[in-house]
Ligand binder design. Structure first.
Ligand code: BG6
Length: 471
């Protein structure tokens, strides 16, 4: 172990959540409905007309009322950073208003103050799968160019308001997930089955322009802001050494890599131009778009849960389960209870890939294991969860982060996903738990909402206290 470099001195250890998956209070203090309020089944099932009682997100884990208690627990673990998102519809309830909702702004003032009280840096996702529903229903989300203007007004408002409280910003959560989940990721109301590829890439273009514009505006408002893109990373390995499989895997990776390329290099890459050309897709560029795209990010952030394979052989091309994307299962890997293939080495691989290509600082802003937990009594009779499986998952991944650091990769920090149990994005369940802190709430709506420290809580506290030496 001695030969492995230590984590950098100012490494940002912490945890991550998203407003819509934990806050609840879906109608409080003037909040408007978001797309999540009509998605009781996650990305799997159909949306509903109106919020329905079986939608776990309406109450979430009641973070809106309990955030002080929760942040205190994060502080006890020693978090240096806490990643959350701002619920856009708390600030602009419909999305198209001229003036923001003061009560919504005040909530995040209080939340960020609470983090700062413990010396915890907030890391804020501006848009995390929770676009105001009105914008989806009225403008068909990011398909419409007007979204850039609504988003611009929103980012100006929050950048100015939290200028002194927030330094780290992410423009869109897993921006590339729109390829798979146009409604959740892009607020596009047109059903996926009828959405054309041209429409999809037009929406992507609007988001990319909006993201670059946010970076520009942010740097004007506060030159110290650190603004990053946020990419769903999932390496695609060739299923076999057949060169056909290698090229298939490369093409699959390109579909996602283009999002990072545009954010970091400020223009569409050649392979993407070719793809668009060959698929008869013409993106409408406004005058000035090319110039706006040149506002590139300060760092690259990404989520990492799993890897997948690709093959050119149609007979073997069965789609497995992997995060929000499919992919061919890797015969060498085991999967989580939800079918996500566990691949710690893949994290070192993506870190090196990003670094080799871009030489931009990297921030791992999501990683973790969704699992079924059992609340049990410990020796003293306190309720806890013996989540050794979660500890093993996180340790294995962090050891690979260490390896990447030794490879010379610049890593800013690591925030585990769902540092406190919350509602899943893809399946909208609470039983898929990620936290160091157990929340007593079940998918049938029962539970006291009490918080309990799991075994991993103490483990992560020691990892942070020793800056990774205890791994
Ligand atoms: C990422 C999202 O895709 O993965 C999160 O950014 C999400 O919002 C996380 O919760 C884990 O996915 P899931 O479906 O297990 O909640």
């Amino acid at each position: 172990k001695e030969h492995v470099k230590m984590f950098p001195k100012n490494f940002l250890w912490g945890g991550a959540v998203a407003a819509n998956q934990c806050e609840g209070a879906y109608q409080e203090d003037g909040k408007g409905l978001s797309i999540q309020d009509v998605m009781p089944h996650g990305i799997k099932g159909p949306r509903t007309e109106k919020p329905s009682e079986d939608n776990m997100k309406l109450v979430g884990i009641d973070f809106y009322h309990r955030y002080k208690e929760d942040i205190k627990l994060f502080a006890e673990m020693g978090f240096k950073v806490f990643r959350t998102s701002i619920a856009w519809s708390r600030i602009f309830p419909r999305g198209d208003e001229e003036t923001p909702n003061e009560a919504g702004l005040q909530f995040y003032d209080d939340l960020f103050d609470e983090c700062r009280k413990y010396g915890m840096e907030p890391l804020v996702t501006i848009s995390h799968y929770e676009t105001p529903l009105y914008l989806a229903e009225t403008w068909n989300g990011w398909l419409d160019r007007r979204m850039i203007g609504f988003y611009e007004r929103y980012v100006r408002t929050i950048f100015k308001r939290y200028r002194e409280k927030v330094k780290y910003w992410l423009t869109f959560n897993e921006i590339n997930s729109i390829l798979n989940s146009p409604f959740m990721s892009g607020a596009i109301n047109t059903p996926k089955e009828v959405l054309t590829e041209s429409q999809l890439y037009q929406a992507i273009h609007h988001e990319l322009v909006a993201s670059a514009l946010a970076t520009k505006i942010g740097h004007e408002i506060n030159p110290d802001f650190q603004i990053g893109c946020m990419i769903l990373s999932m390496p695609v390995y060739p299923l076999t050494p057949d060169p056909g499989d290698v090229i298939r895997a490369m093409e699959e990776e390109h579909k996602h890599a283009m999002f990072t390329d545009v954010h970091v290099r400020g223009e569409y890459p050649g392979y993407m131009k070719r793809y668009l050309r060959e698929h008869g897709i013409q993106i409408a560029f406004d005058k000035g778009d090319a110039e706006i795209l040149k506002n590139t990010v300060d760092f690259i952030s990404f989520s990492y849960y799993a890897s997948v394979c690709a093959t050119a052989d149609q007979r073997k091309d069965i789609s497995g389960e992997g995060n929000l994307f499919g992919g061919v299962p890797n015969p060498a890997l085991k999967a989580s209870e939800w079918g996500w293939q566990i691949d710690p080495g893949g994290l070192r691989y993506v870190l090196n890939q990003f670094w080799d290509k871009y030489q931009k600082p990297l921030f791992i802003v999501e990683n973790g294991l969704g699992a079924v937990d059992r609340l049990e009594e410990d020796e003293e009779g306190n309720l806890t969860v013996f989540d050794d499986y979660r500890i093993a998952y996180l340790r294995d991944h962090l050891l690979q982060v260490k390896e990447a650091i030794e490879d010379g990769v610049e890593v800013m920090g690591y925030t585990t996903w769902g540092c406190i149990d919350l509602v899943s994005a893809s399946t909208a369940e609470l039983k898929k738990r990620y936290g160091f802190i157990y929340v007593d709430r079940n998918d049938d709506g029962s539970g006291t909402l009490e918080r309990y420290k799991k075994k991993s809580f103490y483990w992560y506290r020691d990892v942070i206290a020793s800056n990774g030496a205890s791994l």
